[in-house]
Structures are given as structure tokens and as C-alpha cells.
Design a protein around this ligand. Sequence first.
Ligand SMILES: [Fe+2]
Length: 298
Amino acid sequence: MKDADTLVEYGTAIDPRTMVTPPDVTELELEPGHPGLGDEGYVARRHELFRLCRKHRLERLGPPFVKYTAEETRIWREVSPKLDELHRKHACALYLRAKDDLAINQVEIPQLRTISERLGPVTQMHLVPAEGALPYRTFYEYIADRGFPVTQFLRHGSHPEFTPEPDMIHDCLGHVPPLIDRDYAELLVLIAKAAATTDKGDQVLALKRFSWFSIEFGLIEEHGETKVFGAGILSSTGEIPHSLFSKDATRRPFVTDTVITTDYDPSQMQKDFFVAPSLPFLRRELEGLVRRFGIPVL
Ligand SMILES: [Fe+2]
């Protein structure tokens, strides 16, 4: 590990304290180049959902019922069948089982409240409405408490295949299904408890990378084949074939010490992928890391 005073993330030196005490973003910010920036109706809808979801998150009201617009439904109906076709070929068995169990369909955008009620009895997980991407430590504080933050807005309709930020499609078709699997839920909660407990910025960053290269952009071995495990890949029609077949990407065995020292750029197609031999392997590696860090959550 690098010295705690010289952390580098996304190629830039960062203050380790921001990993432990992240800023709270109180206003909607669409980054420069966001496809929805010039569309008044889209920006207004984003403000509306930002306020609604932030209120429900902070007041612990659970996911609000959202009446989705015709345009939002159109985007869902355009993207989800394309993803489903790729999932059937390339997603890991755990994900496919989970997606079928939750009956997430390609016609209607699911209501998070309904999914949350389905998860509870099986894995004691619930969904927390999120106004946007939450800072990493805040995000994991919710998960440590078995709540998974999920956005409720959709990407802009001009680029249905692309989103510069996590949206409903990323969350609902990437992250949410495997929350109904007990072993997956426990892996996620352990990462979260460790990240939410340590007061060392370098340890939070290491856990963030462990999570990035498994939960978010991980590949997994299954009966001699490499399958897609990570939500960031599963929710992108471009990343699925890229992660498995592109010559511009590397696919290396998941070695924890390499993973936690590998930086990445979340704004680009990924160039480094790690292949884990199994979910129990990830669990053992994570437990070893948490013990080595001396974080008292096991
Ligand atoms: Fe994600």
C-alpha cells in the first residue's frame, strides 16, 4: 500500500480524509458533456427526482412510488431487451437466477418499493432511494446497515446505450438482482462494514478498489468459462463484449494485492479486468484483507 498521505485515485493525488469524511452534495449537478444538459424537460425531471429521492433517503421513508413518463418507459423498453440478450449469453449463473427470481421484466420499469419488499424476507436487504451517486463512504454506510442505495432516474433518451452516471438501468439491471442471493449480499455487507468502520483513508480506497474490480467490474470463472459478475458490466451493452473479448483490455486472475493497488478511470471503458475463481474465493480474500487491516468487523 502507498503511504496514507500520498493516495492516488483516478490518476490524481487525493486527500485521504475525503475517503473517510466525504462531502454531502445537496444540489443536482450534471457534469459537462452530459447528454441531457440542453434538454429543459429532462433537467427539470432530474431536479424533481433529486428532491424526492433525497427527501426519502434522509427521512428514511423508503423508495417513493414513481410514475414514470412515456419517454422513460420507452428508454427502458429499448435498453433492457438488448441487455437481456447479452445476459443470457454472458452473465454468471448467480445473476441470471437472481434476475429471474425477482421477475424484473423488459416492459415496465420496476417500482423499487416492490423489489425492496421482496428482498427483505430472503436476505434482509432493502433498497434506499438515492438522488444520485453517493460518495463511496456514505454509500457503504447504508449497505453496512443492509440498505442498498438505488437511483430512480433514467439516462437521457438521445443516448439510451450510454450514461455518464449510475442510473435506474445501471442499478436495477446491474446491482439489484444479486441482492437476493444470500452469499452475495453477505459479501457486499462485509465490504461495506469494513469500509464504513475504518478511519484510514488508504484502507477505504483499498476496499473501494476490491469492490470495483469484483462487485462493479468483476469477471468470474464458471465451468471453465469466463462470465460477467460486475454490475457496471452487466448494465452496459458495450462493456459486456468489451470485458470478455476486447483486445484493448487485460483479463488477469484476481490477486487481492494487485487489485487494491490498481487505479482505474470510471469515466472510460475499463481496460483492466480481474477474473475471480468463485464467490467463496472473493469472500476468503476479503476476510483476509479485513483481518490484515485490523478492522474489527468479522
Ligand atoms: Fe455501480
